[in-house]
Design a protein around this ligand. Structure first.
Ligand code: ZN
Length: 315
């Protein structure tokens, strides 16, 4: 075992939109027999409604229904989200639309709502936290319907937190895929911004990639940076900056910043269409000119870029 001198991180972690919550998940209640059915009979319970990865909203707020108001919906799964101030919250997950146009055109009868994706949801912390939990859990259910051991269709138990295989008795728990995302700077403190091959021209972000089996987070930062742009990162410079769920479909984004020890960019062409080092002045000018498009405000990428920049950026 080797030791490396460490210091307490002097900078608080980033305040990230999807890392906010104001409720207690009350995990101890999930095993209560009939919990969901009982809560659906209580007038004080509040129910979020989901369709695919979108949440029902009314007037820029998450719609929180009394159980009777959504009792007529053809719900695929109910999920227990937790409690706040004595109120229990459920999510009612509707079948996913076949395609995006269906979602836009197919109104729910008697449910006058908009369907809002997480990326554009900007609501108080309680609603934000409930919505991200509900979407992440629902996304897992949507693609884990059968037992990975024997292929039998599994049953939802534990108020939506476990899928049980009736054939072999195995239990399956919601998965989250860790991904690292990193603001890499060179010795002149320029920031590395890259464009994926499918992105619009001008759109740039910091590098990111999934953590591989058997790998640590710092190893993933070093490996992904080397693979995607041929840059060596000083492992001792890697600093954790915060994390948030990114349920599209199941990622946990772990944010870092780190220093490169080399500057010559060698792109992995199927992953990276463009990559360059930017000074703060270049970023400010390109954003103002409309030549540089940044990741959305809900993303950890945006927070990492603005932290390096030293303030918020328009666009
Ligand atoms: Zn099975």
């Amino acid at each position: 075992m080797s030791w490396r001198a460490t210091t307490v991180c002097p900078v608080p972690v980033l305040d990230l939109p999807f890392a906010r919550a104001a409720h207690d998940r009350a995990a101890h209640r999930r095993a209560e027999p009939g919990l969901v059915d009982d809560l659906r009979k209580e007038r004080g319970t509040r129910v979020l409604v989901l369709r695919g990865s979108r949440v029902a909203t009314v007037g820029q707020r998450v719609a929180l229904f009394a159980p009777d108001d959504v009792a007529h919906l053809a719900v695929r799964t109910h999920l227990f989200l937790g409690e706040a101030d004595g109120v229990a919250y459920l999510a009612a997950v509707l079948p996913e639309p076949a395609s995006q146009p269906d979602l836009d055109s197919e109104a729910e009868p008697d449910l006058d709502v908009d369907w809002t994706g997480m990326r554009t949801l900007d609501v108080p912390d309680l609603e934000q936290g409930l919505a991200v939990e509900a979407i992440a859990l629902a996304q897992w259910h949507a693609v884990h319907t059968h037992c990975p051991r024997c292929g039998t269709e599994t049953e939802v138990t534990q108020a939506g937190w476990v899928r049980h295989c009736p054939a072999d008795g195995s239990n399956h728990f919601p998965r989250t895929d860790p991904a690292v995302i990193m603001a890499i700077t060179d010795p002149d403190d320029r920031l590395l911004l890259a464009r994926g091959p499918q992105w619009d021209l001008g759109r740039r972000s910091v590098l990111a990639g999934f953590v591989e089996p058997g790998e640590g987070l710092e190893q993933a930062v070093v490996r992904e940076t080397a693979e995607e742009v041929g840059i060596a990162v000083d492992p001792g410079s890697i600093e954790y900056r915060g994390s948030q769920s990114w349920p599209f479909p199941a990622s946990l984004m772990l944010g870092f910043r780190a220093r490169a020890t080399t500057t010559r960019l060698v792109r992995q062409e199927d992953e990276i269409a463009e990559a360059d080092w930017f000074t703060r002045e270049e970023v400010a000018t390109a954003v103002a000119d409309g030549h540089l498009g940044l990741p959305g405000r809900a993303s950890i990428a945006r927070s990492l870029i603005e932290e390096w920049f030293g303030g918020s950026l328009e666009g």
